[in-house]
Write a protein that binds this ligand. Structure first.
Ligand code: 2BA
Length: 109
C-alpha cells in the first residue's frame, strides 16, 4: 500500500477531493499553508493500493492547475529603506506537489 501526499492550491482542493471520491479513492483534506508564500493551500492524503497510485495522480493532474502568484516583499527592519525593492515577486505555483510514500502498516480500528 502507498500513501499519496499531494499539496494543491486551496481553490483546486474541492474539485480534487470530489473527483478522487467519485473515482472510488478515499481521501483526507488538511488545510495547510506554504512556507514560501505563507498562503493557504491544501494537503490531500490518499491511501491507495500501489497499482492505483497512477490513477490517483491522473485525477490530481486533471484537477490541479498551475497559477502565477505574487509575493509582496516586507521591508527589512534593520536595513536602510533606500535599498529595499518594493516590487512583488512573481512565482509559479502548482498544479500539485506530490509525494508517494510506502505504508508500513494500515489498520482501521
Ligand atoms: P510555498 O512554499 O508557498 O511555495 C509556493 C511557490 O513558490 C512554489 O510552488 C515555488 O514556485 C515557489 N517557491 C517556493 N520556495 C521557493 C524559494 N525558496 N525560492 C523561490 N521560489 C520558491 P510549488 O513548487 O508548486 O509549491 C507549492 C507548494 O507546495 C508550496 O507552497 C509548499 O506548500 C509545497 N511544497 C513544494 N515543494 C515542497 C517540498 N519539497 N516539501 C514540502 N512542501 C513542498
Amino acid at each position: 500500500m502507498k500513501l499519496v501526499v499531494a499539496i494543491v492550491h486551496a481553490d483546486d482542493a474541492g474539485p480534487c477531493v470530489t473527483s478522487l471520491t467519485d473515482a472510488g479513492h478515499e481521501v483526507t483534506r488538511l488545510n495547510t499553508s506554504g512556507g514560501f508564500l505563507q498562503k493557504g493551500n491544501a494537503t490531500l492524503l490518499v491511501g491507495a493500493a500501489a497499482e492505483q497510485v497512477d490513477a490517483v495522480i491522473a485525477v490530481l493532474r486533471s484537477r490541479a492547475r498551475s497559477r502565477n502568484e505574487y509575493l509582496n516583499p516586507v521591508p527589512p527592519m534593520a536595513e536602510p529603506a533606500e535599498f529595499f525593492t518594493p516590487f512583488p515577486v512573481e512565482v509559479q505555483v502548482g498544479g500539485a506537489t506530490v509525494f508517494v510514500l510506502d505504508v508500513e502498516r494500515f489498520e482501521k480500528l
